[in-house]
Design a protein around this ligand. Structure first.
Ligand code: NAP
Length: 349
C-alpha cells in the first residue's frame, strides 16, 4: 500500500498502478462473486465486475422491478441470476448489497450459506457496526470486508463507462483466511474504483451517516430552504430567490470548487463577494458546529441507527417516503427549480 500525503497527513491508499486489474483478476481467480440485491449499488458493481472479466452472479428476490431490471441488463435466470438464497449458496464472495433494512430481514437465509473460507462483502459499515440492532453477526471463519464507493450507484456505473472511477474506502473487519486484504483490494479495483483509501467499518458508517445528514444532503437542503424563504419573505421573486440560492451554486460555483478548490473560486469572484464570504463564513461555521456535534453524537451512540431501522422497516415506508418527496417536489422552491431547468438554454437538464 502506498503512503500518500493528504494536506500534511499520511494515509494508506491503493492506486490502480499499484494494484492493477490484472492483479485483481489473479487474486479473485476461482471465486464466484454473488451480488445480492439489484437496487442501486447492486447493478453498478455487478456490471462493472462482469465487464472487467470476473465471475459474477446476481441474487434478487422475485417478483420485483429489480428482478426485471436484472433481466434487462442481460442476467439470465439459472445461469447467473438466482433468488437470494441460491446465489448466497453458490457465491464464495457474497456482496451484501440489499438496503440496510433488507439486510436485516434476509440475514438468516444468507448466514446459513456463509461456509468456512467465504467472504462477506459490504458497501456500508452499518450492518456490522450496529450489530446489536441489526443482529448481523457473521461466523468467525469467514472474511468480512467492505468497499464503499463515495458516490451514488449511478455514478459508479457512469464513470466506469467513461473510463474513470469513483474513489472508494475499504476495510477489513475480520480476516479468517489470511487473504482478506488482497480480496478486498481486488474487489475495490474490480468494481472500478478510482483510488481506495483505508478505513474501518465504524469510521465508514459514522462518516457516511454524518455526511449524508450533513453537508451532502440534509444541511444543504436545509440551508437552501432557509435562504430561499428569507428572500421570498422580503419580496424577492421566485426566480431571484432560486437563482441566488441554488442555480448559481450548482451550475457555476460548485463545479469550480470541484475543479480548483474553494480558495480559487473565491479568488475568481468579485472583491465584494470575496470580502463578504470570508467575513460571514465564520458565523455560519459557528452556528452549524453544535448541530454537527449533536448529529455525530446521535450517530456514534446508535440512536440514529435505531431510529432509521424502525422507520425504514415500517410496511408503508415507501408510501410515506413518496409523500415526503412529493411535498418537496411541489414546494414553490423546487417547482421554481423545475422551471429554471426547463429554461436552461442547452439541454443540460
Ligand atoms: N445507493 C447508493 O448509491 C449507495 C452508495 C454507497 C453505498 N451504498 C450501500 O450499498 C448497499 C446497497 O444500497 P442500495 O442503495 O443499492 O440499496 P437499495 O437500492 O435500497 O437496495 C434495494 C435492494 O434490496 C432489496 N431488498 C430490500 N428489502 C428486501 C427484503 N426485505 N428482502 C429481499 N430483498 C430486499 C431490493 O429488492 P426489491 O427491489 O425487490 O425491493 C433491492 O434489490 C447499502 O449497504 C448502502 O448503504 C449505497
Amino acid at each position: 500500500m502506498a503512503k500518500i500525503d493528504f494536506g500534511g497527513v499520511r494515509e494508506n491508499v491503493v492506486t490502480r498502478e499499484e494494484f492493477p486489474l490484472k492483479k485483481a483478476r489473479s487474486v479473485l481467480k476461482g471465486e464466484v462473486i454473488a451480488v445480492i440485491g439489484y437496487g442501486v449499488q447492486g447493478p453498478a458493481q455487478a456490471m462493472n465486475l462482469r465487464d472487467n472479466g470476473f465471475n459474477v452472479i446476481v441474487g434478487q428476490r422475485e417478483p420485483s422491478s429489480s428482478w426485471n431490471k436484472a433481466v434487462d441488463d442481460g442476467w439470465k435466470f439459472g445461469k447467473d441470476l438466482f433468488d437470494v438464497e441460491e446465489a448466497a449458496k453458490r457465491g464464495t464472495i457474497i456482496c451484501y448489497l440489499l438496503s440496510d433494512a433488507g439486510q436485516i430481514a434476509v440475514w438468516p437465509s444468507v448466514k446459513k450459506h456463509l461456509n468456512r473460507g467465504k467472504a462477506l462483502y459490504f458497501s456500508h459499515g452499518f450492518g456490522i457496526t450496529f450489530s446489536k440492532e441489526t443482529k448481523i453477526i457473521p461466523p468467525k471463519d469467514v472474511d468480512v470486508v467492505l468497499v464503499a464507493p463515495k458516490g451514488a450507484g449511478r455514478s459508479v456505473r457512469k464513470l466506469f463507462l467513461e473510463g474513470k472511477g469513483i474513489n472508494s474506502s475499504f476495510a477489513v473487519y475480520q480476516d479468517a483466511t489470511g487473504k482478506a486484504s488482497d480480496r478486498v483490494k481486488a474487489m475495490g479495483v474490480g468494481i472500478g474504483s478510482g483510488y481506495l483509501f483505508e478505513t474501518t467499518f465504524k469510521k465508514e458508517v459514522y462518516s457516511d451517516l454524518t455526511g449524508e445528514r450533513g453537508v451532502l444532503m440534509g444541511a444543504i437542503a436545509g440551508i437552501m430552504e432557509a435562504q430561499y424563504e428569507l428572500f421570498r419573505k422580503h419580496g424577492h421573486s421566485p426566480s431571484e430567490a432560486f437563482n441566488e440560492t441554488v442555480e448559481e451554486a450548482t451550475q457555476s460555483l460548485i463545479p469550480l470548487i470541484s475543479q480548483n478548490g474553494m480558495d480559487w473560486m473565491y479568488a475568481n469572484c468579485s472583491t465584494t463577494a470575496q470580502r463578504g464570504a470570508l467575513d460571514w463564513k465564520g458565523q455560519f461555521k459557528k452556528a452549524a458546529r453544535p448541530v454537527f456535534e449533536k448529529l455525530y453524537k446521535s450517530v456514534a451512540n446508535g440512536s440514529e441507527a435505531r431510529r432509521v431501522i424502525k422507520k425504514n422497516s415500517q410496511r408503508n415506508y415507501k408510501e410515506q417516503l413518496t409523500k415526503e418527496l412529493t411535498r418537496m417536489k411541489n414546494s414553490e422552491m423546487w417547482r421554481t427549480g423545475a422551471k429554471v431547468r426547463e429554461l436552461r438554454p442547452e439541454k443540460s437538464r
